[in-house]
Design a binder for this molecule. Sequence first.
Ligand code: DAH
Length: 379
Amino acid sequence: MSAPNKSYDPVEVEALKPEVIERMRDEALAAFATAGDLDALAHAKVAHTGGTSPLALANREIGALPPQAKAEAGKRVGQARGAVSKALAARQVELEIERDARVLVEEAVDVTLPYDRVPAGARHPLTTLSERIEDVFVAMGYEVAEGPEAEAEWFNFDALNIGPDHPARGEADTFFVEGAHSPRAGGSTGSGVVLRTHTSPVQIRSLLDREPPVYVICPGRVYRTDELDATHTPVFHQVELLAIDEGLTMADLKGTLDHMVQELFGGEGMKTRLRPNFFPFTEPSAEMDMVCYVCRGESVGNPDRPCRTCSSEGWIELGGCGMVNPKVLVACGVDPEKYSGFAFGFGIERMLMFRHNVEDMRDMVEGDVRFTRPFGMEI
Ligand code: DAH
């Protein structure tokens, strides 16, 4: 910087000449105008208004001028700097507006785009039907109970009065979990564990776990050594029901079954009928049928109105039921003199087949969403 010098001629100070100041100002204005974004403008700002910018340096020269020249030069430099900072602020605002507009466009969310490339799956109708059945009984005060799929033979057979020689215990129907067959009749493996062949062992577990009265509904997966075809699958689902209380009779069983089919199939005239049968764990035992929910029995003896669902028989077979055999109660430590009860069990796949006209069981196990999706989302 020059030292004060009274005889200093301002005209001689190159940096303070009007045309030089004007050029500095114009260069600054041009730099701001051509700055394409806020980063470029930040650079131009340092270059043209920073401490080492030409105008800042010129400003410092003013101090060295003689007093009469200071005012004029100060005014010139001040005006130039004022114009530069005004232009800078204006360009800053302009570029911010541009940036905001660009961000809005670039980061816009197109709400019309599909939100996911992976198509949504669907709940399996076996799950929704099974939950529907549970709901009917939960509404009546029943508890949902579960048991293991790999089950002790004692629960699956013995406690249910299925003795060692019962044919259902043989290898023809049962998956044994491990080991070679012992020579014992009935095909025990020695591991004592099978894949449960029905949900009835949950009756036993429920009775051992609770004090009567007991009201449980037990849905679950069961296994039998069947080949997969249109009407069989080695893994399927059953729902088991058990009610144990004082004074329960077959009339209670019948009323409960009627209520269930009315809830599940709705409308007038839905009811069940019982046909004598045999199960080791119930006495007496029955096969239960329900009125065909499609023709409501009107196809019977009426060739003009044939019904595909029940083959014009008017009834659809549901499953097995009966009064719990006192031997089962004794095996679970329940006094048969004081308590009685009823039980039933049926297959969910079968119910799904006739409830929704599913013709091939394989569709239920293949996991293709084209099968599950049309059933919708029953909650
Ligand atoms: N457990 C039998 C089966 O798998 C079905 C069954 C029949 C269950 C009668 C019951 C019943 O609770 O009382 O074929």
